[in-house]
Design a protein around this ligand. Sequence first.
Ligand code: C2E
Ligand code: MG
Ligand code: MG
Length: 442
Amino acid sequence: MDLIEFKTTFDTDEYIFKEGDPGDCAYIIESGMVEVVLDKDGRKLVMATLTKGDIVGEMAIIDRLPRTASARAIVPTEVTAIPLDYVSQKIEQSDPTVRMFLRLTMARYRDLNARLGLVFEGLSLGQGDSSSDSFASSTMELKNVMSQFIEMQKRIDSAVSKPVKIENSELFGEKTLEVTKLLVTEEKLLKDAMAKKEFRLHYQPIIDLSNNQIVGCEALVRWNHPSGELMLPSRFVSQAEDSGLIIDLGYWVAEQACQFQSRLYNDFEHDLFVAINLSGRQFDDQFLVTSLADIMDRTGASRERIKFEITESLLIDNPELANRSLHQLKETGAKLAIDDFGTGYSSFSYLHRFPFDTLKIDRVFISAMARSQKSEQIVRSLVNLSRDLGMEVVAEGIASKQEAELMRNYKTTLGQGFYFSRPVNETKFVKLLRQPQIKLTG
Ligand code: C2E
Ligand code: MG
Ligand code: MG
């Protein structure tokens, strides 16, 4: 798929694709004009002339058969390519009914086109001299055949499928086009970033609040963007989830984080735990647990010092899958944490239904605690409940000395937040470890 440029320009008379070519892309026409041409025995029949906003070449990527016609730019034309991979993935992820309809419509369309091709050949043979040269020279006859052909094509079009005129279609409005373009661009950028190794891990210390010692850290992914900006996950994780790239990215994160845990122990003799965030989408991968176990072993990480953080959305969206996978993950010897607890649809029942070792209280409660009695009560009861269930508690997002003190009073064991340290790169993290106690920045 590397041959495909996201935006491509074609010169006048240049072919975008030819009949028989593999269907590797659909194209949104950005500017210019494209003719869809059928080549029958050297005679070219223009099937459609498409302009800005039209899509060309979509059929072959839906049913994954070779092109049935050629597409040629008739003036300089700019297109946006939508790769086969992208569409296939979207189709596979779609509702089975939608998939069935798409395939059926395509099969019918192909079938009708094939029959039309026979009619066309029959007509051409029936017109006096069957030699193609003399036929082509007879403009009148050709026009006649073409008009019948186009008439038939029109009827078929209205019956089964029309070239999608995006601006005018309710189903496929301007917004869909923009969103599609954005998704394709983002996905391509993310894939490139992965190939160019532009992702980085930062580590945020997790502190034992009783003595201010670092006992572990959370691995947080960043994108070292070519623009020079270090992008935070809120800018790309959900796109990576939508495109499925989170599966590869997730393995990369796990590998780096496990290597880090192993390095901390072997090179610096620090026996810290490293927490790794797992997106719900990663659980779609049936090899997730075995692959993670393999990564922990391969990197020499200590399994009981690896903690996987999961948010409630996985438990809500697919409790069966979550239950199975979390128990399997737990059997590897790794630890499990429920992240951002208190946001979303938190249910206390999750805490005993799923095998969590740690509860991370979302930072909204920590920051509201000093001002709101309700938040304070929520935190207090969460801490008590977790303790009763034998779970460890991490207060997330401790941003001030006051918050740290409050959490210490609640006998919350662990804390994490900008007050202690922002997420930092490996070198800075190792420097923090050299201090007897984490330097209080407040
Ligand atoms: P999270 O897992 O809850 O991670 C904690 C987030 O809170 C981090 O944001 C961290 O920088 C931020 N934070 C920590 N202390 C404070 C504080 O005192 N104040 C404030 N305002 N923020 C604080 P970050 O790194 O931007 O990550 C955001 C989220 O992105 C993470 O939330 C996690 O859900 C997701 N994420 C990060 N790395 C990964 C990853 O490798 N894989 C997956 N699937 N998700 C990730
Ligand atoms: Mg987390
Ligand atoms: Mg969190």
